[in-house]
Design a protein around this ligand. Structure first.
Ligand code: NAD
Length: 357
């Protein structure tokens, strides 16, 4: 199969980690008989320097014309003093809106080999965990009616949580489809004991669940979910939730893995095209030093194969190569801690993972 991939390398370590993931994608394509065409476009600070804008029109057009987008990271001290709407980070919101990406997929996996990185008690994570957070991205309280007014006690402010049935249906479908590619279990998180929007959420998720009889679906209140994530994270497979609950819980779930350089993400819309990126930023403190851990970006590329191109076997090959890399004891600078292990550089990590594919 042939696919066109737009590359948004961005700033800081962005170019190094994207180039590493491209090597892995090329090898995977060769091994499985596919062709991936890569076209780079400017974004973030690099785009500001070259064109004066963080998200040039050509970048948007190129991404819209591609089958999927791989992004490094944007931002850095050089652009920190620009006004808010001209900053590199503004480009992220712009490109997500232009591609109409309403779903954020954030896996949080604790590799057995990295158990010592986890801040949870060893007996809690004895067998690791592997969950997928499916967060609604374009609705809810972050986009609802808001304002200030005079109230009973003087000035007050309000924000409104509003979800349409359509918005809940489409995110629920993503969650069930995702579960079919994993362990066929969805936990839907809401606050239906208090919020009317959550009651519609819950009823709608149940309706969609009927179309997926092979997937188990249960509800969990958000306050309980926050506790369960630290008490027994292995109980979760796919978690689906609203924009705000997902914002908070996805950060909690990534923290309990303990390793920011390992976590990929995907943003999806109603077409197969998605945007895939590591959850970390541009790490300006180590940019250009060949020290960055490229694994989060490599795993983002693997998610692209799985979720945009339906190339599950190929994605499995990349994931297995990363597993083997860790199992054999190799580590990057962000993972060595006090172990005394000599960390591998970005290029050495890439070479090792290429060898294991
Ligand atoms: P950061 O994630 O860039 O870095 C936090 C710490 O983690 C740093 O010490 C960094 O060296 C380390 N780190 C991050 N990724 C690593 C990797 N792959 N390998 C090894 N170490 C890694 O967060 P920050 O320092 O708060 O932000 C730096 C810049 O990135 C800012 O300009 C910020 O706005 C931007 N940012 C961009 C994105 C994005 O593009 N999606 C996300 C977050 C932050």
């Amino acid at each position: 199969m042939e696919f066109n991939i737009a590359l948004l390398r961005g700033d800081g370590i962005g170019p190094e980690i994207v180039d590493s993931a491209v090597e892995i994608l090329k090898k995977t394509a060769d091994k499985f008989g596919h062709k991936f065409n890569f076209t780079p476009y400017l974004i973030g600070g690099a785009a500001i320097d070259a064109t004066g804008k963080p998200l040039p029109e050509e970048t948007v057009k190129g991404c819209l014309a591609s089958d999927s987008v791989l992004l490094g990271a944007v931002g850095g001290p050089k652009w920190d003093n620009l006004p808010g709407d001209q900053r590199p980070e503004k480009a992220l919101l712009g490109i997500r809106a232009a591609l109409e990406l309403f779903t954020n997929l954030r896996p949080a996996k604790l590799y057995k080999a990295l158990k010592d990185e986890c801040p949870l008690r060893p007996d809690i994570v004895a067998n690791g965990f592997d969950l997928m957070m499916v967060r609604e991205l374009t609705g809810g309280i972050y986009f609802g009616e808001r304002g200030r007014r005079e109230g009973k006690y003087g000035e007050e402010a309000y924000d409104t949580e509003c979800y349409s049935k359509m918005e809940i249906e489409r995110i629920a479908k993503v969650a069930f489809e995702t579960a079919r590619k994993r362990n066929k279990n969805v936990i839907s998180i809401d606050k239906a004991n208090v919020l009317e929007s959550s009651r519609l959420w819950r009823a709608t998720v149940h309706e969609i669940a009927k179309d997926y009889p092979d997937v188990t679906c249960t509800d969990m209140l958000v306050d309980n979910a926050a506790m369960q994530l630290v008490k027994n994270p292995a109980q979760f497979d796919v978690v689906v939730t609203s924009n705000m609950f997902g914002d908070i819980l996805s950060d909690e779930s990534s923290q309990i893995t303990g390793s920011i350089g390992m976590l990929p993400s995907a943003s999806l819309g109603s077409t197969k095209r998605g945007m895939y990126e590591p959850i970390h930023g541009s790490a300006p403190d180590i940019a250009g030093q060949n020290k960055a851990n490229p694994i989060a970006t490599i795993l983002s590329a693997s998610m692209m194969l799985r979720y945009s191109f339906d190339l599950d076997k190929e994605a499995d090959a990349i994931d297995a190569a990363v597993d083997r890399f860790l199992e054999e004891g190799y580590r990057t600078a962000d993972l060595v801690g006090n172990t005394g292990v000599k960390p591998l550089s970005t290029t050495e990590v890439t070479e090792k993972i290429l060898e294991f594919i």
